[in-house]
Design a protein around this ligand. Sequence first.
Ligand code: CA
Length: 675
Amino acid sequence: MKKFFFAAFWMAGMMMTPVAAEVLESYGAAQAIATADTIGRQQEKTVVSPDGMTFLKVGLKDGRPYYKAGYYTREKKEVLMVDESPLGLRADIGDFTQGLTWVEDHGGTHDISYDLGRSKTSRVDRKANDFSVRLSNAEKAEIDMEFVVEDHNIAFRYHLPKPKEAGCVRVMAESTGFRFPEKTTTFLAPQSDAMIGWKRTKPSYEEEYKADAPMDTPSQYGHGYTFPGLSHVGDDGWVLVSETGVDSRYCASRLSYAHDRLYTVAFPMPEDNNGNGTSEPAFALPGATPWRTLTLAPTLGPIVETTIPWAVVEPRFATEHKYKTGRGTWSWILWQDGSIHYDDQVRYVDWAASMGYEYTLVDNWWNRNIGHERMADLIRYARSKGVELFLWYSSSGYWNDIDQGPINIMDNPITRKREMKWLQQQGVKGIKVDFFGGDKQETMRLYEAILSDADDYGLMVILHGCTIPRGWERMYPNYVGSEAVLASENLIFNQHFCDNEAFNATLHPFIRNAVGSMEFGGTFLNKRLNRGNDGGTTRVTTDVFELATAVAFQNSVQNFALAPNNLTDQPDFVLDFMKGVPTTLDETRFIDGYPGRYVVLARRHGQDCYVAALNAEKETLQLTVDLPLAAGSRVTYYHDGKDGKTPVQEEAQVDKKGRFKFVLPPNGGSVLKGK
Ligand code: CA
């Protein structure tokens, strides 16, 4: 009898660890507890998550608002993960950082239920406890601080009611902060200078993360750090900080450099976007800021599995189109600019067709080397092969020196809509828009305008050279994913990034890819990263490592870095694996790992279940993992072979106690596949 063992494994909800189960029991089904506490001039209330384990304290001390957060141990001991941290903002309609009084508060419970469809999980059904406090400043201007507390997750934002006289607000600064306990080390990527790098296109979230860095490490460029940031609070656990719900009505933010263990929310640099546009966001009243999010837990599971980026946002518009996720080929990654002509694009369309892939991405310069007229022929050819196209555009515009085309189309609503109409008429299914100008509200307006217009013409949107997504998988029905990572192209550009490929790969599931789709564009099977597989940089990871990244990295359309030569130089089982790999998941589970060292993840798509393991350690890792409900089941096991580099596919068995032992060479990987 064929056992759908993994499906059973997932459905049984094995994610609750024995420790968590006990704590839950000892607390019973604790609901929101908001207890008032007045000590001198301090007022503080506690909100607890639905399972009773995560707590948030919100208070006012000498007129200044603050919060703290943490979890309870099984002995009901409080473990503080975010120490007393400031709240509030300073706006043209008033200062809401000090001199505040507590007007009123209320709490409640709500269900968070929605379909996600284009991410690491397809369906979310959770509960959250809400808490909102209204504060008033000396001038009697009011602000609401709104909190949502899920098990392991906290989101909060500021809502400003409409005063009689004002219709809008401009926010000058936030004092919102994140103060971590003394023992904390961090996994943070620096914000780069503005207007540096290739054709002055930065910042674009492509800097390198440092693992377990002390909090007082100066940021490389002196501009703090980008979201998301992971904090390791010693033996007490982990905190992932990010933000969500950013759209045309605010800027995207970042973290300042830490002073006294405190990182604060910082607005975009004035130099972003070639100095155009304000760094100070503004919105109509009543209105609200985006949500800042915290995921905190003693273990890394809730970090990898978090759905908080989507819990507190709503779709910005409905669509009449049916968008199809899938896999794609793209010539640019290995064959570079020289391949953007008709004949090579036909080769990559044929390559996609032979893999059964849904898409081919035609990258920059197609307008010059193929042209709109001939592109119509290429689109027809591709569609005759069952392959749909994505076409590349620059977002610019006036915010960088990019000259590879098409340029000066997507920045303007008149040219943009004219082009999108043409794309729809030709049957193009999506666009990749590259080289955005930073994080100012002006640029957030452009992202939303492109997404909204593209949906009018039935086009999906991949973003490159861009900011991280902030809840966009749920907010925009045609959003595919964003680069905003040190992506596969860097492996071509510089051997340093090849040498660090495994290190970076084992960070993403815990940090960048935990908060949103990641357009990495990876899975190279060429050993040498050039067109002829005979020059350029040298990949140091094993082939099975690369296969495992196809599972470990998530983007709803994955354009893989496979090349046509792989059709003849790879074993059939490797190609078959890549033909079957899914890009959207019904479930994602953390099994084991440590950011920057190794990671083992499980993902399910329908009845297909995968366990992917990646090793970035210098030594061979012998790792026994628990897959309790798979006990005794047969699986297909992909590994690096006896020599630690030759891919092997074999049938294997999870032992009777549900244990499976991986042997992962340095820069190596494994995948288990089961049904
Ligand atoms: Ca890039």
